[in-house]
Design a protein around this ligand. Sequence first.
Ligand SMILES: [Fe+2]
Length: 336
Amino acid sequence: MPDQSSEFVTGTVLVADDEASNRELMTELLSLEGFDVIAVPDGVAAINELNKTHPDLILLDVLMPRMGGLEVCKRIKSNPETFLIPVILTTSLTDKQDRINGIQVGADDFLSRPIDRTELVARVRSLVRLKQRTDELERAEAVLFSLARSIEGKDPYTHGHCERLADYSAILGEALNLPAEQITALRRGGVVHDIGKIAVPDSILLKPSALSEAEWELVREHPALGERICAPLKSFRLVLPIIRHHHEKRDGSGYPDGLSRESIPLTARVLQIVDVYDALTTKRPYKKALTVAEALLMMKEEVSKGWWDPHIFNEFERLVRNGTVGVKSHGAIAGL
Ligand SMILES: [Fe+2]
């Protein structure tokens, strides 16, 4: 493993402190280490600056006029746009309660006053390095997502399919009490599950008539190929089974592995219920969109045939009927 301590790390640091001497000291110390520093005198100014400059780290004094550091930290950590930005709270060495409160609002680290130069630089460097690695990962995910969306974009009939799948399968996963990391995997899976279709020619994807056996064979390769495309990304570990198995059927007649019943991963069974529903309620070149009632009826028949998980389908039907899963603008005629 490379020696991380010798790695040169820079970035933008936002300092919020009401005492000018503290702001000056931290600005000087961090600037000497190559960081760009923006210093503000209170919490409201920190929030305003945060939205403008997107810093790599924020140093917050706990006691400040207008808005204290704990409230600023709470806002940063409860906003999906900013919660990955590391926050260091500066507190007096003796104030244990500040630290407990800080942990509760999601602070990443603490720094005791009086500020020790070496400690400040070490903590800032370490958290900025971590933040930049997370940014790299996010960029890799963003590439996969835009690739998936560009595949979807080739087919005007599936417009918005990825987003609906991400939303509906997360709602269904929550209703089934799946753990948070599986819900995240379902959201990602909703977007990228068909990414393997990159290898299927448009002439097949957009064909207005039935596919030949050879064409079907090509289509059936998309789950395994999609899994291979996403496999290098460690954060997609829980998404891979969803991608690979979203076309399996409970009776073993699906693809690519012919898995049956509970050997099909639970998250894949969740996504496929939503995927099938969305496909049925979407207009295609060779078929009209079914109404919600027609789609549910057809899926119920398919559950009886042994295709879909009955428990998951029942839960999904309940969510559709009580309006939790809505009908967005994808051609379906609402009405049960
Ligand atoms: Fe698929």
